[in-house]
Design a protein around this ligand. Structure first.
Ligand code: ADP
Ligand code: MG
Length: 235
């Protein structure tokens, strides 16, 4: 590794500084994230663990710029997300962050190929369809290119969602329970895929998981409890 590359590897990919967030209205308003400060190094894999309802998904969406904190700061590769308006934030996310949602969020009226090509087209990549086909083949879905989400199993939809997140070659990939809906064999192929992205492309991974095996593969785990970071320990 060159000096420049090792210096870049030390710059944090994500920094949260005193982040507070509440969601919902009126009596249903919930204080979800409470003074969260943490830093994720570039190229690091962090497992986000903790009981159901502890704020893992909300924290992940805040790191990805999909939720704005009420107070505190979120910096991604040194950029303070609160300084970006919605358009600039969407462009920044599109270039730098891949997001795998727990419920996939595929576009139901688009085929698998079209779903994966969409972010590439939005980023003006000329070979969007060819690249989407390669990414789908890499997740074992080369035979399902023209199927619609409703014609795919949960595991297949999950793989389409991962191919879509990975296709633009993001520096940071966040995934909410990426193996939660998959059988063991499919789950382990998804894990291989995520960690190949880290190894081969130097990507930073933040993974919400209940799977102790997946948490152990991460460089570090961050445990949430009731919206607080409970402990950060080497895995
Ligand atoms: P986890 O992913 O750890 O299960 P979440 O981040 O999904 O936790 O949710 C944390 C808490 O915030 C839960 O109590 C949940 O009900 C609540 N919550 C999540 N989203 C909203 C929302 N949009 N409005 C109100 N409460 C919410
Ligand atoms: Mg969740």
């Amino acid at each position: 590794m060159t000096d420049k590359a090792s210096a870049a590897a030390k710059a944090p990919a994500i920094t949260l500084d005193g982040v507070d967030l509440s969601l919902g209205r009126g009596a249903a308003r919930v204080h979800i994230l409470k003074g969260i400060s943490l830093s994720v190094a570039a190229g690091e894999a962090v497992g986000l663990v903790g009981p159901s309802g502890s704020g893992k998904s909300t924290l992940l969406m805040t790191m990805a710029g999909l939720e704005r904190p009420d107070s505190g700061r979120v910096l991604v590769e040194g950029t303070d997300l609160s300084r970006l308006d919605e358009d600039a934030l969407a462009r920044f996310r599109g270039r730098r962050i891949g997001i795998v949602f727990q419920s996939f969020h595929l576009v139901p009226t688009m085929t698998a190929l079209e779903n994966v090509a969409l972010p590439l087209e939005l980023a003006d990549q000329p070979d969007a369809h060819a690249r989407a086909e390669r990414e789908l083949t890499a997740v074992g879905l080369g035979h399902r290119l023209h199927h619609y989400p409703a014609q795919l199993s949960g595991g297949e939809q999950q793989r389409v969602a991962i191919a879509r997140a990975v296709a633009p070659d993001p520096a940071i990939l966040v995934a909410d329970e990426p193996t939660g809906n998959l059988d063991e064999a499919t789950g382990s192929s998804i894990v291989d895929l995520l960690f190949a992205l880290k190894r081969d492309r130097g990507a930073t991974l933040v993974l919400v998981t209940h799977d102790p095996g997946l948490a152990r593969l991460c460089d570090r785990t961050v445990r949430l409890r009731s919206g607080h970071v409970e402990a950060a320990a080497a895995a």
